[in-house]
Design a protein around this ligand. Sequence first.
Ligand code: A3P
Length: 272
Amino acid sequence: ANVSEDATSSPPPGTSKRTPHSIIIGVRKGGTRALLEMLDIHPEVAAAATEVHFFDWDENYAKGLEWYRDLMPYSYPHQITIEKTPGYFTSPLAPERICAMNSSIKLLLILRDPAERVISDYTQVYFNRLENHKPVQAIENLLVRSGSLNIRYKAIQRSLYDVHMRNWLKHFPLEQIHIVDGDALIHDPLPELQKVERFLNLAPRIVSSNFYFNQTKGFYCIRSDGRERCLHESKGRPHPSVNNTVLQQLRSYLREHNQNFFRMVKRTFNWQ
Ligand code: A3P
């Protein structure tokens, strides 16, 4: 629920740009855009419009905290600022850098079934390459090299949640990282958002009438301030079907990492 600002006038009196109180750190393709847009329904949330990439891209980090703050939306003192950059979760330096800015910041991490996430990641890259007239490959050719799983494939690396989480837990206590179940957010967004409201100490303002299921899109869309809107067409794209043997190889490789992750966060998820 951002402060309205037209290009010609100065910001409304009493507002300022502030570094975030909370950051959605990832995971890429976890549902980060849906989470941010849905949280933005809340009148006390001011969401950054774009992915900032401050803590994960050295050339941006070098520009300093003032540069970062300037990219935040104007907000009133009773509001909290939130930005989302999915690349933070898998960035080796982001945890330390975020901690240096504000060691008590509240972090939001939205995760979905890591095998499903690999396919979603592939689909995004596939469409980006098509748009840029670059050659594309079948997913199986990326997942498998000479008969075995190609564990160096970046999309697989990004789904090793335990590997990345270990890095965050070196800098933040588990209580400071709230995990949103991305699969649950797809099927029934409200309960997940209510948990986030509680985590962020926000009054319960997001209600069931803020969501409606859009049959054409096949996903929940947002109703807020008298407007109805769905996420961009690049969100919720159909996935390719993956050869079953390959899919099983992927799932079995991820299984141990998932178990490890569950122990780390003292919670389990319904991932196959
Ligand atoms: P797919 O496009 O693979 O289905 P991110 O914003 O982090 O890139 O995540 C994109 C994913 O958000 C989509 O992946 C989709 O499954 C998920 N998502 C969750 N809720 C959604 C919603 N209401 N509308 C569209 N996509 C949603």
